[in-house]
Design a protein around this ligand. Structure first.
Ligand SMILES: Nc1ncnc2c1ncn2[C@@H]1O[C@H](COP(=O)(O)OP(=O)(O)OC[C@H]2O[C@@H]([n+]3cccc(C(=O)O)c3)[C@H](O)[C@@H]2O)[C@@H](O)[C@H]1O
Ligand SMILES: Nc1ncnc2c1ncn2[C@@H]1O[C@H](COP(=O)(O)OP(=O)(O)OP(=O)(O)O)[C@@H](O)[C@H]1O
Ligand SMILES: NC(=O)CC[C@H](N)C(=O)O
Length: 539
């Protein structure tokens, strides 16, 4: 850094809507940053006071009242340093996504975010009005220019802040994770530094908020674009920006591979969803298959073995090795396991439905009754114990509707919802890299729903090595059928897969939320109509 300012990045995990709690957390971070690091300027993430994204809570006057009260309460306490807090505020023009500067015991400035993202998972134009002016404040004699998240993704805000006299650019963020996001950010920040010649300090929030997951990885670049600080991913903490020039780079985090990043994102997403919603733990149906095996490992890493309950619910079609493998995994992880066979409830349903079923060949009806027996049992355990049911469906299955409504889709949160089946395998291998917690056989046997005799997923679906790329092209990249065929896939298979994806929007709308780890997840990231003639038109 060209300046001697002691800047601390508060990479924190606010709770959306808990303005008072977030204000207390901010004051505690200020105390620590002052005590331990002698901080002169402490930066908090975008909308740190409300948490991000507050969604339609922003339409409630009472929330904005709480924000103003919190700012008024915090300001007098900030008398020996400066802080920047992300907070919404209303002015003569409208509601702003703001960066508020406090120091010398008072409020010093309010900056309104100028670029409001309104694509992908972002809806900021629904709530906020764009700012038009740069904002530069003096901190210990250094001119500090403010920007908020999306501002830094375009040249103009940084350039005009530089023109307004900034010697240093600050960017406060709520930038959600997806695979490759870190390199996209770094490349963008380097462009802004190259254009302005100014050091750039980037602070990001951490934590899960419904389907969004924030990874932290706050950064500092010096005026030449060299990385002088990279804070850890998926962890909260206070990080002092080092002074460059001595050739020393503070690299607090290593660049992890895709599996490690994805796995750690899923763990944090599950932990924050379960804990921030006040649940004492989770319950999972453990089949002896790969999806529930990985879900269980993630849940244990997120919540601790004592707060996770595995339930084995064998049916007449369950292979003995499924039950054996499930038992071994529970022992490996130290998880309490229950065994509740579903034969009796399944028989009871077949009995009462006899008039409907008699004379009709068995089909998905009977398969789904089994999945629903398991759903009823898991939900009963959830109701009685207060634990949340984690569903186990992966992105490939959710894409093509290979799951039973009110059956294995019954539950509160879907950790693997954005994890394609081929990545499920890679993550399971990654989790087993040091110590085998998922039995080897679970990783090698062919996937099966075990809802009918000798059933395999490959009876109904193309092999996952074929299905997953087709899904990625269609769902994540919006390719046409012809483009996917040109990439080397069979037209008939592509048409069938695309038809299933379009048809099963209704199922996904009824599915629980899950952690977003890809650039296009099902949920708020991909909004398709349920009732639609589009599928017919593209045939
Ligand atoms: N647009 C729409 N809006 C609202 N509802 C709509 C609808 N289109 C169909 N439906 C309704 O949806 C129902 C059909 O859905 P559903 O009852 O779920 O049943 P369905 O999709 O027909 O069958 C479930 C499939 O998932 C497979 N499965 C199940 C469980 C686990 C696994 C696994 O490997 O993990 C795989 C199973 O082998 C079977 O092929 C029907 O009642 C239909 O009326
Ligand atoms: N015998 C079982 N005991 C407990 N839960 C089961 C059993 N069979 C299925 N389930 C639950 O239903 C989910 C869907 O299972 P299914 O075997 O139909 O498909 P899958 O997608 O191959 O999942 P998995 O790889 O976990 O088996 C499982 O992940 C599990 O949560
Ligand atoms: N909150 C925001 O403005 C986020 C938008 C930004 N492009 C990001 O995800 O990093």
């Amino acid at each position: 850094m060209s300046t001697a300012l002691r800047i601390v990045l508060a990479q924190c995990n606010p709770l959306v809507g808990d303005v008072e709690g977030n204000a207390r957390m901010i004051l505690e971070q200020v105390r620590l940053a002052r005590e331990r690091m002698d901080a002169q300027l402490i930066l908090f993430p975008e909308l740190a006071l409300t948490g991000y994204p507050p969604e339609d809570l922003l339409l409630r006057a009472s929330l904005l009242g709480q924000v103003e009260a919190a700012l008024a309460a915090i300001a007098p306490l900030i008398d020996d340093c400066h802080i920047v807090i992300g907070a919404p505020y209303r002015d003569d023009v409208g509601l702003r996504n703001g960066a508020v500067v406090l120091g010398n015991g008072r409020e010093i400035a309010r900056y309104a975010k100028r670029c409001l993202p309104n694509y992908s998972v972002f809806d900021e134009k629904r709530y906020f009005v764009e700012g038009t002016q740069p904002c530069v404040v003096s901190v210990a004699g250094i001119s500090v220019g403010l920007t908020v998240c999306e501002d830094i993704w375009y040249p103009e805000p940084a350039r005009s802040t530089c023109d307004a006299g900034a010697e240093l650019l600050v960017n406060i963020n709520a930038s959600p994770f997806h695979a490759s996001k870190y390199s996209e950010r770094l490349e963008t920040l380097r462009m802004r530094v190259a254009e302005t010649g100014l050091p750039l300090i980037y602070v990001n929030q951490v934590g899960g908020q419904d389907e969004l997951l924030f990874d932290g990885q706050s950064l500092a670049l010096d005026g030449s674009g060299a990385l002088i600080l990279r804070a850890p991913s998926f962890e909260t903490g206070l990080y002092l920006v080092p002074h460059a020039g001595g050739g020393e780079v503070t690299e607090l985090a290593s660049l992890e591979d895709r599996e490690a990043d994805a796995y750690r994102a899923l763990v944090l997403g599950v932990r924050d969803y379960v804990r921030k919603n006040g649940f004492p733990g989770a319950v999972i149906g453990l089949s002896g298959g790969i999806d529930s095996a990985l879900t269980l490992a993630i849940a244990v890493d997120a919540l601790g073995a004592e707060d996770v309950l595995a339930v084995m619910m064998p049916s007449r079609y369950t292979a003995p090795m499924s039950l054996e493998d499930a038992r071994i995994q529970c022992a490996n992880l130290g998880v309490q396991a229950l065994e509740i066979p579903i034969e009796r409830p399944f028989q009871a349903f077949l009995g009462v439905l006899e008039p409907l079923l008699a004379g009709r060949p068995p089909d998905a009806t009977e398969e789904n009754i089994q999945a629903r027996c398991r759903g009823v049992i898991l939900m009963a355990i959830s109701n009685k114990t207060g634990r949340m049911v984690l569903t186990t469906g992966n992105k490939s299955e959710m894409a093509v509707g290979y799951a039973t409504l009110y059956g294995d889709m019954a539950g509160g949160f879907a950790p693997l919802k954005d994890v394609p089946k081929t990545l499920v395998y890679r993550l399971a291998h990654w989790r087993n890299r040091e110590q085998s917690v998922i039995p080897e056989r679970v990783l090698t046997r062919p996937p099966s729903a075990e809802l009918a005799p000798d059933q395999k997923d490959s009876d109904s679906l193309p092999p996952y090595e074929v299905l997953d790329p087709i899904l990625e092209y269609f769902v994540e990249r919006d390719w046409s059928i012809s483009e996917i065929v040109t990439a080397g896939y069979d037209r008939e298979v592509v048409e069938r897969v695309v038809g299933l994806v379009l048809h099963n929007e209704y199922k996904r709308r009824q599915a629980p939320p899950g952690v977003r780890i890809s650039p296009r997840a099902f949920g708020k990231d991909r909004r398709y109509p349920i009732t639609s003639g589009y599928g017919r038109a593209i045939r």
